[in-house]
Write a protein that binds this ligand. Sequence first.
Ligand SMILES: Cc1cc2nc3c(=O)[nH]c(=O)nc-3n(C[C@H](O)[C@H](O)[C@H](O)COP(=O)(O)O)c2cc1C
Length: 188
Amino acid sequence: MQLDLARTLYATPPTGVILVSTIDKDQRNNIAPFAWWIVVSKEPPLIALSIKPATNTYRIIKSSGEYVIGLPEPKLLDTVYASAKLDKEPDEFGKLGLQALPASRIKPPRIKECQVNIECRYHDEIACGDHMLVIGEVLAVDVREDILSDDDSTLRANLKPLGHLTKNKFLTMQGNILEASEPGAGKE
Ligand SMILES: Cc1cc2nc3c(=O)[nH]c(=O)nc-3n(C[C@H](O)[C@H](O)[C@H](O)COP(=O)(O)O)c2cc1C
């Protein structure tokens, strides 16, 4: 059955929401949630975010060139949702009950409550319809101790992403590890 094209997004799997932390020229912290994002290069590590140009986040990234991507877990649901409604508050960390930690390479703070914080520097952007695809170079990645693992598959499986369905509806995304058999394995 053909779906109305305006619903294209809802025929694709949800992505884990991030909180983007920035600092504007008046030294105000800004935090906002984004769901449209993806790693687009391994070497150098680059991450693309699809951001509406009218947002404070986009404007600040364009002027400061620096931002932190934090990965919140499902228990931060209400905080994540509330962060979308803030507009130029003098203290968005305080308002949201989040704790700011210094980043290692850039000025905007990390978010203590996030499982992972990724420090990024603006690299490039591409106009994409009603959004801008903002590409950032990863400068540092901080992973909370309880998530950390030497094994990459375990590290990823330890993450508890908060998937976004639509409006104020979210879903948990942590699942079981499945291991595929190598093609031809077991045959003579
Ligand atoms: C769960 C969730 C995911 C969102 N994802 C995006 C996104 O990927 N891109 C975008 O431009 N806006 C997204 N938004 C909307 C922005 O968060 C919203 O415009 C916010 O007010 C921007 O804040 P700012 O002006 O402080 O940057 C999302 C909102 C929510 C609640």
